[in-house]
Design a binder for this molecule. Sequence first.
Ligand code: ADP
Ligand code: MG
Length: 370
Amino acid sequence: MLELVDFGKSYDGVNAIQNVSFNVNEDEYLTLLGPSGSGKTVLLRLIAGLDRPDTGRIILNGQDITTMPTHLRGIGFVQQKYALFPHMSVRQNISFGLINHHSSPIRDEKKVNYLCDEMLDIVGLSGLADRGVGQISGGQKQRVSLARTLVTKPKLCLLDEPLGALDANLRERMTVELRDIRTTLGVSFIHVTGNEDEALGMGDRMIVLDKGCVIQIEEPNKLFAMPASVKVARHVNSYNILSGSTENNSFVFADYKLPMAAYAKSAAFYVVGIDKVTIEKVGSVKRKAKDITSFEAKFVDAEFMGSRVVYQFELADGQIFEVERHLSRETPVDYKAGEVRCLSWKAADVLAFASDGGLINENAKIRGTV
Ligand code: ADP
Ligand code: MG
């Protein structure tokens, strides 16, 4: 439904967005992952028409809308700092866009109320219509802001870090609800976030943005299992990335020599998912087993993050190696700082990347871009 072709935008000679091309499909939840300053808000503002790109075109349902004013685009935008009208009720905030619509304002109060009630129901705010927006919680304000945008029935809705201001519990609940709301309305979403779990968990497809450039577009499960480049693996933030070189079917970094598959003889990065590693007692792993790689490392710390724990180990060169465990499957282990453990993983779970950052796959083909 939406097509961006070669979008670019710079401020004071610095590129904020560069060569960005992608499509949004009908009825799709697209997430866009990028760290702070990577150009997420700039990109949404360009799509909404609040800013003009320096280069490129934007096509909505076959029509070039590159120079079309914002209010004619039919694109909803829930901005990061959602500014509700502070002296109005929830209902007045949501109705505002209907009553004051640029081309087809709705004057019939019954109709406005009906559409407003319908939307309050969808976002789970029935019963709060007459509250002032100063008398509701942050999470409820977020829903009003979403309802206010969706009530005008946009074809596409842009969400700028919609869960960023919510606390962890609420965020988890809203991830499910946002997906349900989108499915109910059949509107396409572009949801931008700096949080990899959100991007991976919520998108039908996800885009990774790095310094204003798109570095991969893929279904989350495929992107997670096989990042196209070492940069993408870094953004996903669930990998141990060791940098070194290969010698005679071994990957050498610091004092370690790890077996490396023959197809990856040019590997410069050895990458293991933090969820692929097992922690065992020293001496209990059969070191000779051909399909198992292991080394010893010192326990440093454990970080509890909701339903999971990430154990941090220190390698001989001081680098931190992480191991993730889900608390739904295992009770946490209370390792002592400095305790040495044997970390092991299957050789088949290793990803290798070349010195230019591209993934080396089993057929020795380099996929994707750097
Ligand atoms: P984020 O991914 O955190 O949303 P932004 O899209 O806001 O990042 O910003 C991307 C880059 O563009 C940043 O370096 C920012 O400083 C710059 N930028 C954004 N808007 C402007 C502007 N109006 N004037 C100058 N620089 C801007
Ligand atoms: Mg932003």
